[in-house]
Write a protein that binds this ligand. Sequence first.
Ligand code: NAD
Ligand code: UD1
Length: 345
Amino acid sequence: MTATVLVAGGNGYIGSHVVVELAAAGFYPVVIDNLANSNPEATRRVTGIAGRDVPLLVGDVRDGAFLDEVFRAYPIDVVIHLAGLKAVGESVAKPLLYYDVNVGGAVGLFQAMDRHGAKRMVFSSSATVYGDPVTVPITEDFATGATNPYGRTKLMIEEVLSDLVASDPAWQAISLRYFNPVGAHDSALIGEDPNDIPNNLFPFIAQVAVGRREKLSVFGNDYATPDGTGVRDYIHVVDLARAHVRATQALLQGTIAGGAHMPINLGTGNGVSVLEAVHAWRRATNRPIPYEVVARRPGDVAACYANSELAEKLLDWRADFDLDAMCRDHWRWQSRNPQGYGEPG
Ligand code: NAD
Ligand code: UD1
């Protein structure tokens, strides 16, 4: 199926993998990104992997005139919206920035889509919308309730999408609720390149393994989990990216009807503790991965993992890669690119 897919935030970690999989499936991806948290080297490398040119148009999703130019220049069939800010701590310190970029950016993008009659949306949501779940695994009908401004931006955008599709059945929308994306493309050419000290577990362990950091701090070992450390549903970024291809196909084929906004979990369904992740990293790297247990991180939940049956049913998608493959590919990227993409150039 050939169609043109606008990938907002497509120069970032997840977006660059989405673009590779879209191109492999025969779509024409067009990337827009303001480079707030990424390096143009990512799309240059994606072009190499894809074997054909992928346009990277530098601009902001809050800039309506820029978006109008993009929609006039390309016959956009589907939009995948990954652009935004994602650091929980920063969102607490700078809520207005997060509401402006994430909520304002999404509304601006939806308005531009509406103006140009491009009404198929795949939105990057997050398991964070479930807050502290009453039980696990989590299905899409669980109560939502975010615990920080970042999470609230995701919930608000989902609500905007529900209102939008209800107002106009020409709109079709899927919100993909990612659990914990990790890993990298097996070429080791693209991967996650955090600017600062990583907040998330896998990029932090990767920097310990490569010698950039001395040891991992394990945030608490007194949770009600089998070994006391936090349990999460890590999912390989390539599996995640392939789900975006399936979602794009579902919208184009009309499997997801107009007038409906479908939130869909993307996880493996396996809960993995921090210590299990450390052991998997040791296997993948043959390195010691020193750690010390410290206090819990405020806002963390004990356990969060998905029931992903809806993705299987609606998108014919399930995760293929296991924890060892996630560590192996994340490590291959980190060890071959110890400074990530390097300085923007
Ligand atoms: P990322 O920061 O690598 O990618 C986001 C991209 O959006 C970056 O390239 C950035 O430059 C761009 N961007 C930011 N603001 C923009 C703006 N105003 N206009 C245009 N481009 C802008 O992050 P990622 O990990 O690839 O995440 C992608 C999406 O997935 C985000 O919306 C994030 O909230 C969501 N998500 C990520 C995770 C995760 O663990 N990585 C989990 C759940 C949801
Ligand atoms: C975090 C965000 C969440 C976001 C998700 C994916 C917080 C409170 N939550 O969730 O909103 O959607 O990332 O980007 O920031 N851990 C350590 N040491 C570390 C880092 C993490 O022990 O240095 C532990 C955590 O306590 C947790 C697990 O590892 O139990 C995973 O942490 P992380 O990768 O940050 O993901 P989430 O906590 O799921």
